[in-house]
Design a protein around this ligand. Sequence first.
Ligand code: ZN
Length: 424
Amino acid sequence: MWQQLVLIVLIGLATTIQQGTAERIRYDNYQVYQLQPQTAAQLETIKELDGSSDSLLFVDPVHYLGTKINVLVAPQRVTDFLATLQQSDISYELVDENAQKSLDLEELVADPNRRRGEYTWTEYHELNDTYAWLRSLPEKYPEQVSVFVAGRSYEGREILGVKISYASSVDGATKRGIFLEGGMHAREWISPATTTYIINQLLTSTNADVRKMAESFDWYVVPHANPDGFVYTHTTNRMWRKTRTPYNGCFGADPNRNWGFHWNEVGASSNACSDTYAGPRAFSEIETRTLSDYISTLRGKLVLYLSFHSYSQLLLFPYGHTSELPPNYKDLKRVFDVGVTAVSKRYGTRYTGGNVYDAIYPAAGASLDWAYGKLEVPYSYCFELRPSGSYLWSGFRLPAEQIIPTGEEIIDSMLAMIKGIGTL
Ligand SMILES: [Zn+2]
């Protein structure tokens, strides 16, 4: 008996040491169902379930018909959940019998203590590791790189950015700026990995086209727009999406539904427990408020704004709140076309997309619309990175060996887009 007790204590200790202070949320035996609502009434039924309890985790937004909505369902909830679907005649498919098994597949995360060498793109990194790397850059490139604080988080973290600038002018003309924003949604790990990859290429690439691109603009790159959420995906819940502001017993607003341009008009939730909660008001989140304040200081300078998310392999442009096309639609579409062609050249990666409202779904309050509509950045896009949308529910977990290919093809695409804009 005492041997068993000792064993239990030892296992307990090992688990605590492994997990640090926070208890990791697990999805053992959660089943994943893919729902396809066909009528407005069916959509309403599903909306009522979204954010109603911890035993249902909606992976996809529940605001529109005609697409698939993946839901993780706790084992004790399955019978009653399926009964609700059947009552409303909602078609569904079981796509994963045990969500935790899919989450347990190895995901390479660099250990900075073990690493002790160069920061690389063959593993994912934790926030502190990336911040240490960003802070080390001005030492290495004192003429070109400066670090700036682009904002703050609810838990008091900095939203760090780097500015890369090779000279203040090109042929005597003041340089235009390009803003790259990553990590808005916490669980989309490929986004910060891609933005840091781009930073490194802008500084180290020997390719003539990349060099010209790097040196022709002032670059502002923020890999972690939602640092609290990102840390939470490492310590506690790999599937976390939102910020971490407490709201009536639930946590966080969706930072990409929180920007002050046609805020909460469509495609967002007013339920604080939903994953697409727009927040109590526009810019309620300190992250979006402070970051937008910073970006506003660049008014008139920026020619291109790129927001990086995952997944589905889409390139998107304004608007999300209406199907009405933006004023310079023709130019946005032309640059979109060259971007989508170029992204497939290296590895055949197929992207689709268009204006947010028609290409995916109505969604108001995203940063790309705010940058375009409020800040008047003429070219504003969002990349939904690898994998493709046909991937099952766990596409946020892109194998680390795909970080570099993703970065390579996105740089190909950016080069083509910037040439298309006519500023290179
Ligand atoms: Zn996202």
